[in-house]
Each structure stands twice: as C-alpha cells, then as structure tokens.
Design a protein around this ligand. Structure first.
Ligand code: TYM
Length: 333
C-alpha cells in the first residue's frame, strides 16, 4: 500500500485534461492505497481572485471530486487551507530554495508572462508556488504523486528540495516522492491547437472541454476539433497531433489500446472517429454532471471534509514538530 498525494487548484471549471491527467488515476488508485487529495485553495491565491469566487469554487470542486468517483470514506479529502502547516512548511522550504531554480520553472515563466512583463507587477506567489506544492507533498511522506506531465518539473524540484534538506541536516526527515503520470493522457491537448495543452485559461474556449459544459457543446467541440488532411486514423504525434490527441482521449476513456482503436477505424474517416469519441466523452461527462448535482445536495460533505482534515492535521502537526527540532526552532506549540 502506497501513500499517495495530489491536489487540484480550486476552480469550478475543471477540464477533461484535469480528469484524464489526474482525477481518473486517483479514483483508480484509491482502493489499494492510502490516498490524500486536497483542494489547492492556497495555490489559487497566487493570482488575484475574488474571495466570493474562491469560496464558491472550493465547494464546487469538492462536489466534482465526489462526482468523479473519489470516495470520502476511503480517501482523505480536505482543503489545503484548513491545515496551516502547509504554508508553514512552504516557508521553510522557500528558505532552502534559490531564486534561480524557482525562476526556471516553466509554469512560472508562462503564468508570469500572462500577468505582466514587468517584475514589479508579477505576483511573488507565482514564483514561490512550487515550494508550497513541495510542502503539500513532503508533509505527508508521500511515495508517489499522480499528476499530469505539466507538473513533472515541480515534482523534480520537490525531490531536489527534500534531498537538499536531508543532506544539509544529516537527517531522513523527508521521503523522496516519485512522479506518477497516468498510463495514457498525461498531456491532453487543446482541440483547436493540438500543439498546446488543454487548459482552463485558454482564450478560445472551443478548444477546451469543461466538465460542466453543456453536453451538446461538448459534442460540437469534438466534431469541430482540428485534425489534418491525411484522413488516416493513425497515432503520429509529430505529423498528426490532432488525431493523436483524439486517440489518446478515446483510449483513456474507453480502455481500448491505441492499436485497437487504429484497427477499428482502418477503413473509416475522421468524422466517424469524432462521432464515436463524442459519444464516449459525453457519456462520461453526463454521468459526472448527474453525480455533481447529487453531491451539491449532500449535506454530509462538509462533515466528512472536517473529519478528514482533523486526521491530516495531526499528522502534519507532528511532522512540523520534527522539522522544528531539526532546525533548532520551538517545537512545543
Ligand atoms: P492544476 O489544478 O493545474 O491541475 C490539476 C491536475 O490536472 C493535470 N492537468 C492535465 N493533465 C493532462 N492534460 C492536461 N491538459 C492537463 N491539465 C491539467 C495537472 O497535471 C494536475 O495533475 N500545482 C497543481 C496542484 C497541486 C498539487 C500539489 C498536485 C498543488 N499542490 C501537490 C500534486 C501534489 C496544479 O496547479 O494543478
């Protein structure tokens, strides 16, 4: 049994990329492992956000977790901000990181460019974001971290920080976690520009499938997705990135291998592929939406979150005590 941790930022607009790249594997892993999944609400304030929206998003994502199949009794699901030790350890890790390595993070580079090109207006939160992420993971001695491939660099940094701290203080306080991408679908691409990641913040929303989109809109988005003029259902990321992306989504949601799908469409065209894929995606999303509406009326969710949170809090508190001892800080708090 492995200890597993992962989180998603607090937004009510989760995408099919989030589902395939992260939530789906978490649901699959929850039966045989010790799973910790949190709503990364502290990460959500690294860029400006209206508190009312944040509160609404936090609740919405809890319902989406439930709707996607996370079991609140099997897994420890909680709000990151309910355990103050996350931000405390983030501070300690920040003091063991350097500006160069944080500056090199791809996500920092792309998100800060979106905000501004003047350092005076780039939020520091974006820079220190990976230290908070490292704290989330190291606080609970996670063995593996299931995330999409866009987060790989952050996991690598987590490993570096943990190893640096252990060596500096000649301790084994931090377990070195492993990056754990899904078998297929670690990077779902935009439907209109299959050379970039499907993202909730894309300008043209027609390239992104949101889990709370209207079902008919999802169908239209898939039917309108970009392919190529070869009209051959073939998995070739370099020359046919659009088709490769559709095949990836198809394989992840149907359980068929890419080879099996290629075979199935050997004498068919892209229209056939898109129509069948739309059917598969709509069925999955429709089911999630139905369960989402049930979850919104579930009065027990708050209670379950609090219960989970109190268990994790104890663990996090004990870990910080040990870290404080190592650092010569106050540990009876
Ligand atoms: P976030 O909220 O951006 O994304 C949540 C998860 O979804 C995956 N993902 C994708 N996977 C495949 N294709 C895509 N197009 C796609 N878009 C997003 C992400 O890789 C991620 O797994 N920093 C994290 C949240 C976080 C976290 C953590 C994760 C905070 N602390 C500790 C693990 C452990 C983030 O912003 O994810």
């Amino acid at each position: 049994m492995k200890k597993i941790i992962s989180g998603l930022q607090a937004t009510d607009s989760l995408t099919l990329g989030n589902y395939i790249g992260s939530i789906k594997s978490l649901v699959e892993l929850q039966n045989e492992n010790n799973l910790y999944v949190f709503i990364a609400d502290l990460h959500s304030i690294t860029v400006p956000i209206d508190p009312k929206d944040l509160e609404k998003n936090r609740k919405s994502i809890v319902c989406l977790y439930k709707a996607c199949g996370l079991d609140f009794k099997k897994s420890k699901i909680f709000y990151q901000s309910s355990i103050i030790e996350h931000s405390h350890l983030a501070y300690i890790l920040m003091c063991h990181s350097n500006l160069g390595e944080l500056n090199r993070m791809n996500q920092f580079k792309s998100k800060s460019l979106k905000q501004s090109n003047k350092t005076e207006t780039i939020p520091t939160g974006l820079l220190i974001y990976p230290c908070l992420m490292a704290a989330d993971i190291l606080l609970y001695d996670a063995d593996i971290v299931p995330v999409g491939s866009d987060q790989k660099q952050h996991i690598e940094l987590t490993r570096i920080l943990a190893d640096r701290f252990n060596k500096k203080y000649k301790s084994k306080i931090f377990k070195i976690p492993e990056f754990y991408p899904p078998k297929i679908g670690g990077r779902i691409m935009d439907l209109l520009d299959p050379t970039v990641k499907m993202s909730k913040s894309s300008e043209n929303k027609k390239g992104t499938i949101f889990l709370l989109d209207k079902i008919e809109d999802i169908r239209k988005k898939i039917m309108g997705s970009k392919t190529d003029s070869l009209n051959k259902v073939n998995f070739d990321i370099e020359n046919q990135p659009g088709v490769a992306n559709l095949l990836t989504i198809y394989s992840s949601l149907s359980g068929l291998s890419i080879k099996e799908i290629e075979k199935k469409y050997i004498n068919k065209n892209y229209g056939d592929l898109k129509k069948d894929l739309a059917e598969i995606v709509c069925k999955v999303v429709e089911d999630i939406q139905k369960k989402y509406n049930d979850a919104k009326n579930n009065k027990n969710l708050d209670k379950e979150l609090k219960l989970n949170s109190s268990v994790c809090k104890k663990e996090a508190h004990n870990k910080i005590k040990e870290i404080h001892k190592i650092l010569g800080l106050e540990y009876e708090y």
